[in-house]
Design a protein around this ligand. Structure first.
Ligand code: HAM
Length: 425
């Protein structure tokens, strides 16, 4: 019985071929850069208690209001596929008592995330992020280092036209006061705002800076700026972050209108954008979240981090091609027998395959019933160095690099291939 074809859900994709190779290259670079700076790998579960994101990301955000994949499990618990990685990392920090370790605790991840968004170029419903979080220090050097590391990764991945925007959202009382002033400004100009911004004056007034609506943009041009109203401590912190970035030779522009789509940010926020991406120009971004761990039931702990979308890094960049795995030996069969049937030759070939791998060679074996010519062609296509054509009593070993060949007892094949490779080296 044949069934109707089933496709991957909208906004999702399969990772294969060249894409898989480029992702591996990115993961290798991310590991080298981040682990070199003292970050350790963490992987959290793909789903968490819904409450973690409602409380962590913030109930006024688009993510929590419209974009979460939430389900009820068999025992009636509300679970949500992770839409982001910072709240889960903070949950893990508390759960594993990481505040007792030397601070800052630096963690990195490369995982998939889920948001029910309108799918388009560079925007998916399941996407991958590489992210880094440093918990337990409010030193501006943590902010600067974190930003420098993402810059280095984007650089190495050949991301073109990357622009770094930087701002500070301040903290505490001054931020509350500012929020009220901004709400006053928005209310006074309510008739010119988009319906969406109007609806969110109470809930999330800062997001008005992100609107693409003409009238709203005009209102926001005259809006008070948070950067002008920071507490002295926050001014000093922001100045130190900028000074350190200058020392590291990182170019940035201070953009007082930069707001991010998550509620947990305090003080430093930043975003790398690339014009190579079109509408979805955000390649990666992040900032400081000094209240989040406490909000999730842990001890008061500052935090700073970022995440970059892997698909967007690859779209905006020109990643180095991942070198495929070299094949030392291709084990073919002289006597094909019935396709899929068992024969002594096949058993001997399989033994060579196992022996070759035990000896540290990379090896593959004919498993598709190709003709002798077909097998040689295939060995050539996959770039094998040696091909062994296993016969009843003897095996022909051919060096595909120089065309030399010899006939050997089957149990001498691996030895001869090893010798040949050593000569090459
Ligand atoms: P975010 O800005 O929501 O921040 O996402 C970070 C990056 O993930 C974006 O810049 C973008 O490249 C990518 N991204 C987001 N949504 C999608 C999507 N639907 N399709 C493809 N790529 C997407 C966060 O998630 C924070 N957790 C970052 C952070 C870490 N802040 C502090 N620590």
């Amino acid at each position: 019985m044949s069934g109707e074809r089933i496709k991957a859900p909208r906004g999702t994709f399969d990772v294969l071929g060249e894409q898989a190779g480029m992702r591996m290259a990115l993961e290798d670079r991310a590991r080298a850069i981040l682990e070199g700076a003292g970050y350790e790998r963490i992987e959290t579960p793909a789903f968490e208690a819904t409450e973690l994101f409602a409380r962590g990301v913030g109930s006024s955000t688009d993510i929590v209001r419209k974009e979460m994949y939430t389900l009820t499990d068999g025992s009636g618990r509300s679970l949500t596929l992770r839409p982001e990685g910072t709240a889960p990392v903070c949950r893990a920090y508390v759960e594993h008592g990481m505040h007792k370790q030397p601070q800052p605790v630096k963690l990195w991840y490369l995982s998939s995330f889920f948001r029910y968004e309108r799918a388009q170029k560079g925007r998916f419903r399941q996407f991958w992020q590489v992210g880094a979080e440093a918990l337990g220090s409010d030193d501006p050097a943590v902010d600067a280092e974190s930003i420098v590391l993402l810059g280095a990764l984007l650089d190495e991945m050949g991301v073109r036209e990357a622009r770094l925007r930087l701002s500070s959202l301040g903290s505490g009382e001054s931020r509350r006061r500012y929020r009220e002033r901004l709400q006053g400004h928005l209310r006074a100009n309510e008739q010119n705002l988009s319906a969406e911004v109007r609806e969110r004056i109470e809930l999330n007034p800062l997001r008005a800076f992100d609107s693409a609506h003409e009238g709203t943009m005009a209102v926001m041009r005259d809006a008070p700026r948070l950067l002008d109203e920071l507490d002295p401590d926050d001014v000093e912190h922001f100045a130190a972050v900028r000074e350190l970035l200058d020392r590291a030779g990182v170019a940035y522009e201070v953009d007082a209108t930069l707001v991010r789509g998550l509620d947990y940010y305090t003080r430093t926020v930043f975003e790398f954008t690339s014009d190579a991406l079109g509408a979805q120009s955000g390649v990666g971004g992040g900032g400081r979240y000094d209240g989040l761990v406490e909000q999730l039931g842990g001890p008061a702990t500052p935090g700073m981090g970022w995440a970059a979308g892997i698909e967007r890094v690859l779209l905006a960049g020109s990643p180095p091609p991942a070198g495929g795995q070299a094949v030392d030996l291709y084990v073919g069969l002289a006597d094909l027998g019935e396709a899929g049937s068992f024969s002594g030759v096949k058993a001997a070939a399989f033994e060579i395959l196992s022996e070759a791998r035990s000896a540290g060679l990379t090896a593959q074996m004919e498993m598709a019933g190709r003709s002798l010519k077909g097998q040689l062609g295939h060995a050539d296509r996959i770039g094998a160095r040696f091909v062994a054509i296993v016969g009843e009593r003897e095996t022909l070993l051919k060096d595909l690099q120089n065309g030399r060949q010899e006939t050997l007892a089957t149990d001498k094949v691996v030895h001869a291939a090893l010798r040949g490779l050593r000569e090459l080296a």
